[in-house]
Design a protein around this ligand. Structure first.
Ligand code: NAP
Length: 307
């Protein structure tokens, strides 16, 4: 019987693990589909306090994990494939193994959203990617396309100019969700070509088993054009990883956990931390802060119950 199981090993899960471990709760952390969370897919993090020169995202989360392990947190590879939160102790299935726990912290984050084209799915890993950091290297001197109008799209486009001969940034509107600083940076980069009011209608070429181009449609003029592309990066946001909790914890229509004050969820003893609930800030530092809050609430909850 565990005191607390933490689902997810991004900033939220790792910080919750540090606090819970230091409170002697011996947390079990289920690493999840994307160990290290979103930071493991990024490059330099310049806005996490304490690192004046910035720090590599993967190094930052790895350091958090080591810090938690130093205090006795146990990490297990694998994802949560089922959960029974109908009564306590809660039962959580990590890749086929059921574990029991008095409390649960859901810090499972949110995964990349795809444009939703049939050929996009078929070409993932063959020119279609959602992670510039992971795959940018493969497109040295090649033609790259990024889809999206938020900070992720700007960040990925800027990063990909290190590799590509050109980076086309396709966005369905001519207004951007991206912050002004990121947008200005992308606009100032002469390798980035903005293509606005435009959607991607198809990706080629499944027959060749590799991305060779895309079909674009200008939403203002209705004009359809084909464009040669070697690397296609979707940077259009994320979907919360809450599928196994559907019908068990209150979720909003997009699948984000509905917070009930502090780190509480609709189920007593189940707490949330990070992007799985936060669709507003979604920063490494806010996720870490949320992990801290969740662990402190777990500690008080267990203490109140006399554990
Ligand atoms: P986001 O802000 O939600 O932006 C998603 C973008 O994708 C929007 O421009 C949206 O278009 C577009 N989009 C969504 N679905 C689409 C579809 N099916 N087809 C085409 N376009 C689609 O997501 P994000 O950029 O991932 O950012 C998420 C959060 O993380 C934000 O709060 C952001 O500030 C933060 N972030 C910060 C940094 C940084 O500071 N360095 C870096 C990355 C992310 P519409 O605008 O038309 O809806």
């Amino acid at each position: 019987m565990h005191n607390v199981v933490i689902i997810g090993s991004g900033c939220a899960g790792n910080t919750a693990a540090i606090y819970a471990a230091r409170a002697n709760l011996k947390p079990l952390v289920a690493g999840g589909l994307e160990p290290g969370g979103q930071l493991s897919l990024t490059t330099l993090v310049e806005n996490f306090p304490g690192f004046p020169e910035g720090i590599d995202g993967p190094l930052l989360v790895e350091n958090m994990k080591k810090q938690a392990e130093n205090f006795g947190a146990e990490y297990r590879h694998g994802s949560v494939i089922a959960a029974d939160l109908s009564k306590r102790p809660f039962r959580i299935n990590i890749d086929g193994d059921w574990v029991e726990t008095r409390t649960l912290i859901v810090a499972s984050g949110a995964s990349a959203r795809w444009v939703g084209l049939e050929n996009e799915q078929k070409l993932i890993g063959h020119g279609v990617s959602s992670c510039a950091t992971c795959d940018g290297f493969f497109y040295r001197g090649k033609k790259i396309m990024v889809v999206g109008g938020g900070d992720s799209a700007m960040e990925e486009a800027i990063f990909l100019t290190r590799f590509g001969s050109e980076v086309a940034l396709v966005h369905r509107r001519d207004e951007f969700r991206a912050s002004k600083i990121m947008l200005d940076r992308a606009r100032a980069n002469e390798k980035i070509k903005f293509i606005t009011n435009t959607v991607v209608e198809d990706i080629f070429d499944v027959k060749q088993g590799v991305v060779t181009g895309v079909r674009l449609k200008n939403l203002t003029t209705g004009e359809v054009t084909d464009r040669e592309v070697d690397g296609f990066f979707a940077a259009i946001g994320h979907i919360p990883n809450t599928k196994v909790f559907k019908g068990q914890i209150d979720l909003d229509p997009d699948g984000y956990i509905v917070g009930k004050g502090g780190a509480r969820t609709s189920v007593e003893g189940v707490f949330h931390a990070g992007d799985v609930e936060d669709r507003t800030y979604r920063q490494a530092i806010t996720a870490s802060g949320a992990g801290c809050k969740a662990a402190i609430e777990v500690e008080r909850f267990l203490e109140h119950e006399g554990h």
